[in-house]
Design a protein around this ligand. Sequence first.
Ligand code: ZN
Length: 201
Amino acid sequence: MLARDPHFFERLTEQQNPDYLWIGCSDSRVPANEIVDLLPGEIFVHRNVANVVHSSDMNCLSVLQYAVEVLGVRHVIVVGHYGCGGVKAALEEGGLSVIDHWLAPVRSIRRRNQNVFDQLPSAKARWDRLCELNVVEQAIAVSQTTIIRGSWAQKREIAVHGWIYDLHDGRLRDLDVTVTNAQEADELHDRSTGAGGSQSR
Ligand SMILES: [Zn+2]
């Protein structure tokens, strides 16, 4: 790094100024900076198993609030990935371990859309679909937080996106659920809960 830019670390110690917050999976194959090819200082990151946004998760909410209100990020991106082990576990009924408690919202998506899943031709198709629906659901959860709603009420320009990463080809795909204001967020919420998930690859 120093060979390319002798002052890189000097600048980095002074401040971070990211435009993006990445909310992604803890999976070691899905590192934020490498996937979007951004340098340290350019993207703020929160990761947990299956990129879940619990409305009572103080960790995630603190990251979100700090990113939006202090760092002034303009884009909050929920990034899931195909082949997610957490999502796979949520395709089955769970046990009583901590991770089952954590994955309850993902399991709930599958249960609510069981008719959709029953029509899919293979276990792989069901897994892929739940990975996608989980991204949409968590992007909606972000857009319904008081942090994002409050930012929109204050006329801050901030967009919430849902992307999915494919381990097979290294590509990010936009699931086309971007919302930039409360009305769009509510429309997405209604569409998603009403249609049982309308997004497709
Ligand atoms: Zn994962």
